[in-house]
Design a protein around this ligand. Structure first.
Ligand SMILES: Cc1cc2nc3c(=O)[nH]c(=O)nc-3n(C[C@H](O)[C@H](O)[C@H](O)COP(=O)(O)OP(=O)(O)OC[C@H]3O[C@@H](n4cnc5c(N)ncnc54)[C@H](O)[C@@H]3O)c2cc1C
Length: 386
């Protein structure tokens, strides 16, 4: 399915108009106070954008990933930080594809209307990092309940979410053939869990991303909160990851365009040595190079999203899009710092905040090295390196 360009443009215009109401000062203020963009997220939800990927039968907008990419790209381009709420779009993909009829009916309409916030994805652990299949959090079946013990780190938006998808081990590592077996995915009701076996500790970090450490101490959840088949959790989580990578790549494209746009304007206005700084090739060539690299990365984002919407394999494209877009946005961020000279460091120009925010995407949700490893192994057939 290739989306209609006019429809895409209408979505772009709609999000752009919405973002005008939440200007850069709004985001700067939140960043300074380490506050959550509650009002922005409410508006985005009310106007149906965060429910873009939920089918209409569950109250969503029934759009494709191509449209969803445009929504996040525009938020980034406006100077906002969609990382504060992007997971509401894609985490539910695991519920949609693997949930029982009862789970879908229980959760998806509420997620679509915003009365249920599914903003959190609990995978990373302090001791095992990117080696996900070695994670140590365990869920032990006891009667009609699971009892969860362990620890997670860097889990974002837990304090602004009602539900979290959690990956935990249900069969010990020494009793499975492959490390990726024996893991299960659970729907955690955070309102019930916090204070009853789950402790949440916010991490003071470089960006306003609301990430936390989680400690599970005999947290009991009902067995009906298992998502999909027991021991098949790795696959269930992976199914949301291609969407996540493509959407985050689209955010990077928006970030990159934000920096190029700022740099062009400033290079035209700022006069030193009696001429605009943008008249110097040393200033204008790096801006042009960033524009070229962003447009090239955007083609890969669109290719990945189109394959995803057609239900085709898109793992390679999703990973390549995320690598290209995160490198292009980081290059643009650094370029913009250079063009603004000393003023780049003044918070009121919004460059340093976006510079910090866009850097995240070279590390999370998966670092550049592991994308290179994926392409080397799965696209080029080289031996697995990790
Ligand atoms: C702000 C923020 C928000 C996050 N939000 C979430 C979230 O909501 N949910 C969640 O589950 N996780 C989240 N994460 C975690 C994120 O996905 C991980 O930080 C990321 O996957 C890297 O894991 P790590 O930090 O443990 O790095 P490590 O796995 O310790 O790796 C450290 C470095 O070593 C490199 N490296 C390690 N092994 C190899 C190898 N074999 N070959 C080559 N290079 C290697 C890595 O590429 C990386 O550069 C978040 C992280 C941050 C910073």
């Amino acid at each position: 399915m290739t989306s209609d360009p006019e429809h895409i443009q209408a979505i772009r215009n709609g999000v752009r108009n919405l973002c005008h109401r939440y200007d850069e000062r709004y985001w700067l203020n939140l960043d300074s106070q380490r506050d959550y963009p509650t009002e922005f997220v409410r508006t985005l939800t009310d106007e149906g954008y965060l429910a873009a990927l939920i089918p209409e039968e569950y109250g969503g907008s029934g759009l494709g990933l191509q449209e969803a990419c445009v929504i996040l790209e525009e938020i980034s381009f406006s100077g906002g930080h969609p990382g504060a709420c992007h997971a509401q779009m894609y985490v539910m993909g695991s519920v949609l594809r693997h949930g029982s009829r009862a789970q879908k009916e229980k959760y998806l309409p509420g997620i679509a209307e915003g009365s249920i916030r599914l903003q959190s994805f609990g995978v990373t652990e302090p001791d095992t990092g990117t080696d996900t299949s070695s994670l140590k959090t365990v869920a032990a079946k006891q009667g009609d309940r699971y009892v969860i013990n362990g620890q997670k780190v860097w889990i974002s938006r837990v304090q602004h979410s009602d539900l979290m998808l959690l990956l935990a081990r249900t069969t010990p590592l020494d009793r499975v053939k492959k490390k990726t077996e024996g893991l299960s995915t659970f729907i955690i009701d955070l309102n019930e869990a916090v204070g009853n076996g789950l402790t949440v500790r916010p991490i003071d970090s470089m960006i306003n991303h609301h990430s936390c450490e989680l400690f599970f101490d005999n947290l009991e959840i009902p067995e009906e909160n298992l998502l999909g088949a027991e021991n098949n959790g790795f696959r269930i989580i992976l199914d949301s990851m291609n969407a996540e990578r493509i959407l985050i790549a689209a955010e990077c494209i928006g970030d990159g365009r934000f920096f190029v746009d700022k740099a062009v304007r400033y290079a035209k206005e700022r006069r030193v040595f009696n001429r605009p700084i943008g008249q110097n090739q040393g200033v204008q060539f790096p801006i042009a190079r960033c524009k070229i690299n962003l447009d090239a990365a955007d083609l890969m984002v669109r290719k990945g999203a189109e394959l995803f919407d057609r239900n085709k394999k898109c793992g390679a494209e999703a990973n390549m899009a995320k690598l290209l877009a995160s490198e292009a946005s980081w290059q643009a961020a650094d370029m913009c710092m250079e063009v603004y000279g000393g003023f780049a460091f003044a918070r009121e120009y919004h460059i340093e905040r976006k510079f910090r925010e866009t850097r995240l995407y070279r590390t999370a949700p998966i670092s550049t090295n592991f994308i290179l490893g994926f392409v080397a192994e799965h696209v080029l057939g080289l031996p697995r390196s990790y």
